[in-house]
Design a protein around this ligand. Sequence first.
Ligand SMILES: [Zn+2]
Length: 412
Amino acid sequence: MTFLRHDNRPFTASDNSHRLSVRWLVNPGEHPRENCCITIENGLVADLRPCSSADHIQPWIIFPPLVNAHTHLEFSTLQQPFCVDGSFPDWIRRVLEWRNETTDDQASRIRSGVTESRNAGVQLLGDIVTGPQNSTDLKSWQGINAVLFREVIALTPARAQSQLDEMLQHLKLCAASQQPGIQAGISPHAPYTVHPDVLQSLIQLATQFHVPVAMHLAETVDEIQLLRQGSGPFANLLQQIGVWDPRLFPGHRDPQEQLEQLRQAPQALVIHGNYLNEQHIAFLARHPQLSVVYCPRTHARFQHPTHPFRKMQQAGVRVVLGTDGRSTNPDLSVLRELQHILTINPDLDISSVLHMATTSAATALGLPALSLPIRPGQPWHCTRLQLPSAALSLTQAMRHPDLHPIAESDQH
Ligand SMILES: [Zn+2]
């Protein structure tokens, strides 16, 4: 499999040597380097050193490549997110209505999301997809590295077999594809839409094909109520759409059940995890193949209580960032998610959170080589941001609304 680098060319060892001097180089967990001169030889970082007075320093911040671990590009042509009034199942009804009514074709919606993501400096994303059906559909993701988590909704045995057959086709299609940057993934949607036996079959497929899994879990109190009590707004929704089976939701169920299943996959993303408790967090910490994806602005939009990401990180859980789709978020910028975290957690700095949208996020998607720290000996591969003003400190710049990635065409 080949992957793409920041300027959309495949990695090669034929680059000319050159030097680049930048105002800031920031690696996760390291002290930021101010006025840093980077020497690049044959596509590798050869040297990092302080700039000399003769160097022309670009007003840039350099990061390892940005990664958006969770999105739904199918919503990328929405001008604004869906209204969140009412219960979460009410919001889901709006999504289902929109899916029935939209006239934009799926390929153009995804292409719009790929273009927006690239302009936002994102070089790898985890996309939840309802296709693709063939190699032509795969071309919608051309120009970006993407794990295509095919979504499964199958609460009833009647849907299960066709969904598993389609998943098998998806895995074979991606495995046979010659398109650079594409990898398959599996997404059992959520506990309220996937039968436990279907989830188990999907985990087996993930193991057989060695691909990652992504599942929305512990996202809302309504979901927890459905599992623990077998009642509430989700029970009403499932009854309304004719898929309610009281034997599936007898009460006394818990997200721990899904965590136990997900840990059997080679790698799994727990999407949101907003209502996971200390016991779940301790379990996640014991299973490094499991990562949690926190979507900060989506989380804020639904006005959930504070996300437990700091408690999770203290326990040793890998927590990474996603934008979710434009159905819940105004854009697809994972940089804006980082900025949101820094704004609501004034005691944190960019070095302490950057891994969530770069190196750790690539690891969570099973592709750690696509976002490595910028160090001698590593492939030269980065996201560049334009400082809004040379007078700003790094702390100020990282919280500034005009901070933005540099378009690929302006980098050379
Ligand atoms: Zn999602």
